[in-house]
Design a binder for this molecule. Structure first.
Ligand code: MTE
Length: 313
């Protein structure tokens, strides 16, 4: 995230919320799927059924086209449109995730099995550290459900995550200039990982995840800056010490391990007090809204009691 580029998404290119909401009513029937042509934005978009979750927002959804065409996924390039343009040949199936480390029952999980977990609709705000935000209707399940299966040991204090490395399918992992060191790695404290808001997402807008959004499975931690939401995960390890994280390794002064959304702690090169909601205000909009502490998810505050939030950004 070297510089902040103000988003430029013409409102003509985005799907209005009403279209999504009425389309959603079709999902689940073959006829409905054919009627709405559901393969438009992802290689393997397939409908997912999820029960309505308790996590809803009284804010307009960011249109589907914006969610799937304005992305950060440096394995496919550093431009916002690169992931959608370059992720076509990425193969999200077959897929397994290894969950290991300080656990009683290390295991490999197939994505097909994970899709059978009770899935929930979770509409969350997403705030990128660069100063833009979205409201995304994810489908997923709590990370804690997966952690329970492997039985973490008492010595486990942190959880580390790793993205797949596939230069043959990921153009940003080839060539002389590599934007980051691969694999992309991320981490959470175990209590953050177990918090009910923390999910593994397998879909959005009623379908499986498009490649550019982290197919087939990615992390979503809505009170943290978006880069904590590691995509296309192949390994999750329970560990004792705070794990390495890609952006901290790249620039520790600018990207901390915790990276909780905090309007009072500025990035060294820009203010974090406000944000631009993608799609709001239309093309060339400079309209900004105030950024909320913990991105509005105040229920996580107790996780950080006694911590110096400035020093531990
Ligand atoms: N995960 C991987 N593997 N590679 C990345 O480059 N970018 C991160 C995060 N997860 C990234 C990643 C950043 S900076 C953000 S803001 C979010 O993904 C963006 O998610 P989205 O493109 O689905 O909106």
């Amino acid at each position: 995230m070297p510089v902040y580029h103000p988003p430029r998404i013409p409102s003509s290119e985005i799907t209005p919320r009403g279209v999504y909401l009425s389309r959603r009513n079709f999902l689940g029937t073959a006829a409905g799927l054919a009627a709405v042509g559901l393969t438009g934005h992802g290689a393997l978009a397939a409908p997912l059924t999820a029960k309505p979750g308790a996590y809803k927002l009284d804010e307009p959804l960011t249109p589907l086209d914006a969610v799937t065409s304005y992305n950060n996924f440096y394995e496919f390039g550093t431009g916002k449109s690169d992931p959608k343009e370059n992720a076509g040949k990425f193969k999200p199936t077959p897929w397994t995730i290894r969950v290991d480390g300080l656990v009683g029952k290390p295991q490999e999980f197939n994505i097909e099995d994970l899709l059978k977990y009770p899935l929930e609709d979770r509409t969350y705000r997403m705030r990128c550290v660069e100063g833009w935000s979205m409201v995304i209707p994810w489908i997923g399940f709590p990370l804690s459900a997966l952690l329970d299966k492997v039985e973490p040991l008492g010595s486990a204090k942190f959880v580390s995550f790793e993205t797949v490395v596939r230069p043959e399918e990921m153009s940003g992992q080839t060539g002389l200039f590599q934007a980051l060191d691969w694999p992309y790695v991320e981490g959470l404290r175990l209590d953050e990982a177990r918090h009910p808001l923390t999910i593994l997402a397998v879909g959005l807008y009623g379908e499986t995840l498009p490649n550019q959004n982290g197919a087939p499975i990615r992390l979503v931690v809505p009170w943290k800056y978006g880069f904590k939401g590691i995509k296309s995960i192949v390994r999750i390890s329970l560990v004792e010490k705070q794990p390495e994280t890609t952006w901290k390794n790249s620039n520790a002064r600018e990207y901390g391990f915790y990276s909780n959304v905090n309007p009072k702690v500025d990035h060294p090169r820009w203010s974090q007090a406000t944000e631009q909601r993608i799609g709001e205000g239309g093309f060339f909009s400079t309209q900004r809204r105030p950024t909320l502490m913990y991105n509005g998810y105040d229920e996580v505050a107790s996780l950080y009691t006694g911590m110096d939030l400035k020093a531990n950004y």
